[in-house]
Every structure is written in structure tokens, then in C-alpha cells.
Design a protein around this ligand. Sequence first.
Ligand SMILES: Cc1cc2nc3c(=O)[nH]c(=O)nc-3n(C[C@H](O)[C@H](O)[C@H](O)COP(=O)(O)O)c2cc1C
Length: 238
Amino acid sequence: MMKQIATESIAMTRPYSEATLEQLLRSRRSVRGFTNQAIDSATLEQIFTEAQLSPSNCNTQPWQTYVASGNSCNQLRQGLVEQIMAGTPPKAEFDYFSKFSGEHRTRQVECAEALYGAMGIPREDKRGRMGALVRNYQFFDAPHVAFICMNKEYDIVNSLDIGVYLQTLMLVMEAHGVASCAQGALAYFPPLVKEVMGIPEQEGILVGISFGYEDPDVAANNARTSRAPLAQCVQFKN
Ligand SMILES: Cc1cc2nc3c(=O)[nH]c(=O)nc-3n(C[C@H](O)[C@H](O)[C@H](O)COP(=O)(O)O)c2cc1C
């Protein structure tokens, strides 16, 4: 039988960041430029062990996570860039709804402007924008990338668990001083990823995440996003 993860033993052994949850929530942001310094394997294992504490519907823990480092990470980086440069049509295994409207569209545009602005890419610069897209498939030079999968028969409600897990993972990384960028873009070319990572056919890639140590000299890392005022998103009623 596989060893279960006991929450108490994790709490006892961690050499954890002393940051409060609020500090972690405020300091975490998407990083799109990494140094080539790999995370040591003990920290890597600890990060993913702690992320296992994420809650899920009926405790099903429906995430299957595949972490690529070293050769596999470089092989995927090269292969995915080749695919995008060759104009391979994207074919995600789950629907990605991206036709936003109203304030969601406004926020989407603001987010793109923040990133392209930081990178010095004007709106009409199609080549520059393509270059920024390709950076996704270079994993922003990160030494690690993880693909988070779910059974292909599962649907939107089960993907809630994956979203919760993703946020847990990002905050745990932040607590360990590890920067990350969640990437829907990494779900678009599954065959190569599944072959290199040995992902079974019945699992679908929902999202990827590049991670490592931030390179502060990368212009894209100057991008900052904001959040809507509370009243736009939360209604209180007595
Ligand atoms: C599910 C998900 C998918 C995302 N996909 C991408 C992506 O493909 N490429 C990218 O550069 N950023 C991606 N992001 C990062 C978002 O753009 C970012 O979280 C958002 O703009 C808020 O900025 P912040 O993370 O810096 O707070 C994704 C984030 C999430 C949660």
C-alpha cells in the first residue's frame, strides 16, 4: 500500500517561509522569466507533498501531476516551440472558453496590456506578440514545468478541484521562494507532452505551470496586474 501523507508530519518537518498567508497572497504573481537554477530534489518533493494537502470534492484528489526537469523539460521546450513555429493547430483535451465579455473582457485586455507594456511590445506589433506567445512554450526559460491532468471523462465540477490544487501549489511554491506561472497555453499540444511524460490516454492535460527562481532582469517580470474592487465581485447580504 502506498504511504499516505499525514498532515501533522508535514507541519512538524517543514522549514517553512515565515510569511503570513496574506503576505504570500500579495507577493505571489505570475513570473515569466526564470534563471536556469534548478530546485533541489528535496525541496521539489516537499513542495508537491505539501500541495497534496489541497482539498477536493469527496477527497477524490483528481489531479495527476507530471513534473518535467532536466532532459525531459528541455525536450518538451524544444518540441513545443517547433510545433508552434510550424503552425500546428492547437487541440486541447478540455474546452478552453476564452470569448470574454463585459468587465471580464476589459480585465483580459488590461492584463495583456500590462504584460505587453512591460515587454515593450506595441499593440500592432504582431511579430512581437508572436514572440511573447512563444515564450510560453519556452516555459519562460524555467528549469521545471508541471502538467496537471484530470480524467478526460470528468467535467467542469471536477476541474474545480484542479483549480484549488493549482492555487495551493502556487502558494506553497511562493512560501518556498519559488516563482511560477500557471499556463493554460500548455494544454494546447497534448500529444508530444503525453508521449514525453508518459501520460496515459485517459488523462487530459488541463493546465501547465512553469516554475523556478525569478530572473529579475527579464522585462516581462515588471508586469503587474490589479484586482477589481470588492463590490464588483462579492455581494454581502444580511
Ligand atoms: C488557469 C490559468 C491559466 C493561465 N494561463 C496563462 C498562460 O497561458 N500564459 C501566461 O502567460 N499566463 C497565464 N496565466 C497567468 C494569468 O495571466 C495571471 O494569473 C493573471 O493575469 C493575474 O496576474 P498574477 O498571476 O500576476 O497575479 C494563467 C493563470 C491561470 C490561473
